[in-house]
Structure formats: C-alpha cells, structure tokens
Design a binder for this molecule. Structure first.
Ligand code: GAR
Length: 206
C-alpha cells in the first residue's frame, strides 16, 4: 500500500505562541501526524519564535516593517512557506489580516483560531468586546480562512462560561485552555483528510 504523504505545516504567530506550543506538543505525543516545517512571525520579538527554536523547528521573522505594503510582505511569507514545502498554513495568534493574494494562494488550506464564538465578536479584541457586551458564554472558533475577516467556514467551536468577575486575562486563560485542546484535534482531522468544505459548512467525517 502506498505511504500516506505527511502533511507539512507552516505556523504563523505574532506573540507568545501558546497555541503553537500546544501543536508542537501534540506532534511530539504522536497525536498530530504532521511535521511543522517552519514557524513564521511578523514580529522579531515574538516568543513563538523561541518556542520553535527550542523544539528544533526552523523559525523566521518576516518583519512587516521591512516591507513596503501588504502584498510584498505576503509574497515573502509565501516564499518562506514554499521553500519548506508547506501544505497547510496554521494561523496561531497571527494578528494580521491576510489579503486575497495570500488567501487565494492557499485556498482551502489556511486554518485560523479565534478567541470567541464567531460570528460574534470578530476582530482583534474579542475578550474585551465579550465582557463589554455582557454575554454569558464565550469560547473559541477554528475556521478555514476566506477573504473576509474571521468569516470563513467554521470547523469547530468550544464554549466556556463568562463569569461575573472575569477580566480579559481570566476569560482569556479559560478560552486558551480550550484552544490548546481543540486546535491540535482539528489539525489532525485536516491531516486525515476528514474535513470537507461545502459552501459555508464544513462536514467532518467521523
Ligand atoms: C489566542 O487566544 C488566539 O485565539 C488569538 O490570539 C491568541 C494567541 O495566543 N488569535 C486571535 O486573536 C486572532 N485574531 P498565543 O500567542 O499564546 O498562542
């Protein structure tokens, strides 16, 4: 029987990289059958880059400030991903909106995690917006990336309660604990070929 091709992931992260760490750990435990080919950050001081290096994964900063415009920046991202043979792009706390140039290049092959229950509270300040609105439940959403912001077909969600005395930090930590379980699971489903985009819906072969 032919060997199944191993998926090569490219993880994009802008910050401390705990979502990245959950993926690294799941790969090491054998729960995600993929190789992380490269970790890219748009920020030179992103701790995610350190986490990658500690795990022996190629890590590169593609500093947004060095590029004159979004498209040249994204062309550099694509070149770095292509060089490592990346098939699936995983956004893990990557705090930039990708243009159609990038999204079309990796059509159906970009995952994002958002720290709220989409389509509620999209954007860069989900926890703040959740607390300001007064909803009683929040959570995280993993979706395919389309050309809109936080608008692509939803793959999976996990919910957590919002407590009366929550701050952005306490709510964020509760949501993050769910992110760290759900993201590796969804990546493994992708690698197993179990995710099928059907319009706005994602069917998961169980
Ligand atoms: C996570 O909560 C992730 O959902 C969020 O950034 C955090 C990254 O944490 N992503 C977004 O807000 C994307 N718009 P981390 O750096 O510890 O992985």
């Amino acid at each position: 029987m032919a060997e199944k091709t191993q998926q090569v992931l490219g993880v994009l992260a802008s910050g401390r990289g705990t979502d990245l760490q959950s993926i690294i750990d799941a790969v090491h435990r054998g729960e995600v059958h993929a190789k992380i080919g490269v970790v890219l950050s748009d920020k030179p001081d992103a701790y995610a880059l350190e986490r990658a290096k500690k795990a022996g994964i190629p890590a590169l900063c593609i500093d947004r400030k060095q590029y004159d415009g979004r498209e040249p920046f994204e062309e550099a991202l694509i070149a770095a991903l292509e060089e490592k043979g990346v098939m699936l792009v995983v956004l893990a706390g990557f705090m930039r909106i990708l243009t159609p140039l990038f999204v079309r290049h990796y059509k159906g092959r970009i995952l994002n995690i958002h720290p709220a229950l989409l389509p509620s509270f999209p954007g860069a300040h989900a926890h703040r917006d959740v607390l300001a609105y007064g909803v009683k439940v929040s959570g995280c959403t993993i979706h395919f990336v389309d050309e809109g912001t936080d608008s692509g077909p939803i793959i999976a969600q996990a919910a957590v309660p919002v407590l009366d005395d929550d701050t952005e930090d306490t709510l964020g930590a509760r949501v993050l604990a769910e992110e760290h379980k759900l993201y590796p699971q969804v990546i493994e489903w992708y690698c197993e070929g179990r995710l099928h985009i059907e319009g706005r819906h994602v069917r998961i072969d169980r």
